[in-house]
Design a protein around this ligand. Sequence first.
Ligand code: XMP
Length: 316
Amino acid sequence: MFDVDDFVQESIESLQNTIDNVAIIACSGGVDSTVAAVIANKAVGDLLHCVYVDTGFMRKGETEQIEALLADQGIKNLVTVKAADRYFEALKGITEPEQKRKVIGELFIRIFEEEQNKCGAKYLVQGTIAPDWIESGGGVRDTIKSHHNVGGLPDDMTLEVVEPLRELYKDEVRQLARHLSINVAERQPFPGPGLAVRTLGELTPERVEVVRESCAIVEEELEKAAEEGLMELPWQYFAALLPVRSVGVHGDVRAYGETVVVRAVRSMDGMSARYSEIPNSVLQKISTRITNTVKGAVNRVVYDITHKPPGTIEWE
Ligand code: XMP
C-alpha cells in the first residue's frame, strides 16, 4: 500500500541529504513535475530555482495557469524562459518522431544549462516516473518511445539528475498531488514534448496552433458531456494533426486541408488503454467546431478506435 505521508517525509529527507548546492527544477506544469517541484521546495526551498520553459508546445492558456499555480504553492524563484522561436528553429524540417523527441529533449537540457550558468546550479530535479523509464528501454524492454525526461539527456550533461518520483506510477503521483493540494491533481496527463508529438509532420507555429485549438475543443466538449452525464470522462483526451490532406469544400470553394484525429482513452496508468466510446452527438459537435474554428486548415476529423496495445496513446 502506498503511504502518501511516509513518501513525502522520506523524499524530503532524501532530498535534503542529496542536495547540498543550488538546484534547478524542470517544471512543465504537469502533475509529475509540479509534484516534484513542490516536494523539492519543501525540502530545499532556499536552494531551489524553478525554471519553466515555454516551448511553444503548451496547451491554450497553460503558461499563465502554470505561473499562477507555482506562485500559489509558495515557489519564489520562478524563471519563465520564452523559447518557442528556438524550438521551431531547431525542429525545422524534422518529421521523424524519435528525432523530434531527441531534439526537443536536448534543447530543453541546453536551456537548463544556460539557466544553470546564471544561477550556478549543480542539480537538476526532474519529475520522471516509472513508466517514463520503463518504456524508454530501461535495459529490459525495447525502446518504444524515447520519453522526454529520459531520451533527451545528452551524454555531456553536467548537471546531476535527481528524480524523487522515479519509482511511482501515475495514480500514486495523483494521490500525492491531492495530498499536497496541488490543483493539477485531477488534470489529465500531458506529454513532456507537449503538442509537438500531436503535430505529425513538420512543426510550424501555424500547424501547432491548429492542434492547440483542436485540443481545447476536445477538452471542452468532453468535459461538458461528462458533466451532463452523457459519458464518463476519459483518462486522456486530445486531438492530433495528421499531415494527410484530403479534398473538401468550404462554402462553394474547393478546400484541400489536413486531418485532425480525436483520441480519447480509458486507462489506469497509461501502460495500457482502451479507446473511449463517445456519443455520436458529442463527436459531431467536436467535428463541426474544429472545422469551423480552423477554417481551411482542416477539412476532415476522424476518431481513433485503437486500444493500447497495439497503438500507443499519443500518435508519436
Ligand atoms: P504512450 O503514447 O506512450 O503514452 O502510450 C503513455 C502516457 O505517457 C504520456 N507521454 C509522455 N509523458 N514524456 C512524458 O512525461 C513523454 O515524452 C511522453 N510521451 C507520452 C502520454 O501522454 C500518456 O499519458
